[in-house]
Design a protein around this ligand. Structure first.
Ligand code: MG
Length: 267
């Protein structure tokens, strides 16, 4: 009996400790700096933008003429960004824009440019972003001789993954992103079954090699998933005069292996 009571006390004690530990975790007051890292610094690489024309099966999202495929993220139909000489530019303070169509797994090609005139520094210099399914950001930033936390520089999966290299074009010159994005899958209970993955080629250089996305892009705290279906491609207004042009997307089969069931002979 005595042994039984002692064991019971011990179990209650363990439970109390683990509950306490959990509480401490939940009570942690996260600050942005908790998820900002300054190493490893990706090597600076000289590269060319590697411009691509849309292949015949691409869905053109922006060809320089109008915003017919876009709306404001807040739902407004009229896009308040500007178009000049075939180039769209953020109107600071107007808000993010998002495609009218929704997408899942895609190849997405985007050309972007930070302002020639340098203003601000760190995250305040040429900041924008390309969000897949509204939630997962490939950072856009003027990362040419501009120090910031490396998981927040251009080519990063914002606050998650550092790019493998820094092939940034100088301010005022075009960059290209060729992004292969695999959408996450959720079951009928809204639980994550398969995470999202990013592969990113920046100015012809592989900077993200099929990295597993940890969850929604967040500025403060840890990323978490919440279930969603197909959703729009979103461009960020971060208050800087960042420009975009030649945006197209190709819808892909969700399987990363195309033809994994080929009729091989027996061997
Ligand atoms: Mg951004």
């Amino acid at each position: 009996m005595r042994a039984y009571t002692l064991t019971l006390f011990f179990l209650v004690f363990l439970f109390a400790i683990s509950a306490c530990a959990q509480e401490v975790d939940e009570e942690r007051e996260w600050v942005p700096e908790d998820t900002e890292f300054y190493e490893p610094v990706p090597p600076v690489i000289e590269a060319q933008p590697a411009f691509l024309e849309p292949p015949s099966d691409a869905i053109i999202l922006f060809d320089g003429t109008d915003f017919s495929n876009w709306k404001m993220l807040n739902g407004d139909e009229d896009v308040e960004w500007t178009i000049e000489d075939g180039v769209m530019t953020v109107t600071p303070g107007s808000g993010d824009i998002v495609t009218r169509d929704n997408f899942g797994t895609v190849q997405l090609y985007v050309e972007w440019r930070a302002p020639a005139e340098i203003e601000g520094d760190g995250q305040g210099r040429g900041n924008s972003g390309v969000f897949l399914q509204r939630r997962y950001e490939v950072q856009v930033l003027d990362s040419y001789e501009n120090e910031t936390y490396v998981n927040g520089m251009a080519g990063s999966i914002y606050k998650q993954y550092v790019p493998l290299a820094n092939p940034a074009s100088p301010p005022g010159e075009w960059n290209t992103y060729n992004i292969i994005y695999e959408a996450p899958e959720f079951n009928e209970n809204d639980e994550l079954v398969t995470p999202a993955y990013f592969t990113v080629i920046w100015n012809g250089v592989l900077v993200q090699n099929r990295v597993e996305v940890k969850g929604n892009t967040v500025y403060i705290g840890l990323p978490e998933y919440s279930a969603h279906g197909d959703d729009g491609i979103r461009l960020q207004d971060h208050g800087d005069l960042v420009s975009f042009r030649n945006i197209w997307v190709r819808e892909l089969d969700n399987s990363p292996v195309w033809g994994d069931n080929l009729p091989w002979p027996e061997y």
